[in-house]
Design a protein around this ligand. Structure first.
Ligand code: PEP
Length: 256
């Protein structure tokens, strides 16, 4: 089975809605139909820019998917400051990142919250991008498999392949995020292969084969081709480099 590569730009807490419009327009100018055939392109602006970016995508007929960086698990109610999956789905959002390490580390998103968010995203008809990864201490203590395996199982526990099987997983070693320090191609491929093996054990060969697993952590135009050459790596979750449309486009066109 061939898995279509997915290049996802996580803009984090950057760009006003006006800057976001310019970013997605610039990205659109730099890509051509062959790129979209080969690679699925996704941008995840901040909440405040989703509507503006969605309008550009629609009016310029850009085959770019729209994603959100987070959501709450409830549908509606007294949750001041939160955004529900249904609100996102109504805006044309098709992907939601859950469990990003910045959320886990700074905003208390523990495994329980991540699992609830993941289910809520699926329930609203969108695709979760489940982000997980180990700290440097955990890597050095050689407990990576325990950590990322634990995060995967906690998020997917109780879901079957039919309900959860469409999700995307992003392996993001925390020590590589925003640090300029990338996992080697081999380190990334080994962790991604391990995660695919766990999906195979839980959900069988067909789902393991069709699940896209991304790498994230200081991916850039210089290292993208080496990482993408690894059979198990199906794309990237890209932070810093995705804020520069030239760099992000070059990464989407890594295959050229
Ligand atoms: C991320 O935000 O998920 C990420 C990988 O960031 P960066 O590419 O900047 O390391």
């Amino acid at each position: 089975m061939t898995r279509k590569d997915l290049m996802a730009g996580n803009w984090k807490m950057n760009t006003s809605h006006l800057e976001a419009i310019q970013m997605v327009q610039k990205l659109g100018y730099r890509l051509d139909p062959a790129d979209y055939d080969r690679v699925e392109v996704l941008v995840c602006p901040p909440f405040t820019a989703l509507r503006s970016v969605q309008t550009v995508i629609e009016t310029d007929y850009l085959p770019i998917a729209l994603g959100a960086q987070n959501c709450h698990w409830e549908e509606a109610g007294a949750y001041t400051g939160e955004i529900s999956p249904t609100m996102l789905a109504k805006l044309g959002v098709s992907y939601v990142i859950v469990g990003h390490s910045e959320r886990r580390q700074m905003f208390g998103d523990d495994d329980g919250a991540v699992a609830k968010k993941l289910r809520a995203v699926l329930g609203a008809g969108m695709t979760p991008i489940l982000a997980l990864g180990e700290t440097l201490d955990q890597r050095e203590a050689a407990v990576i498999e325990e950590i990322i395996g634990g995060q995967l199982h906690a998020a997917l526990d109780g879901l079957d392949a039919e309900t959860g099987g469409g999700l995307v997983v992003a392996y993001e070693p925390i020590w590589a995020i925003g640090t300029g320090r990338t996992a080697s191609d081999e380190q990334a491929a080994e962790a991604v292969g391990f995660l695919r093996g766990l999906i195979r054990e839980s959900w069988g060969e067909a789902t393991a084969d069709s699940t896209r697993i991304l790498y994230g952590g200081s991916m850039n135009p210089g290292n993208v081709a080496g990482l993408m050459a690894k059979r198990d790596i199906d794309g990237g979750l890209i932070g810093g480099a995705a804020l520069d449309p030239d760099k992000f486009a070059a990464m989407i066109r890594y295959y050229k």
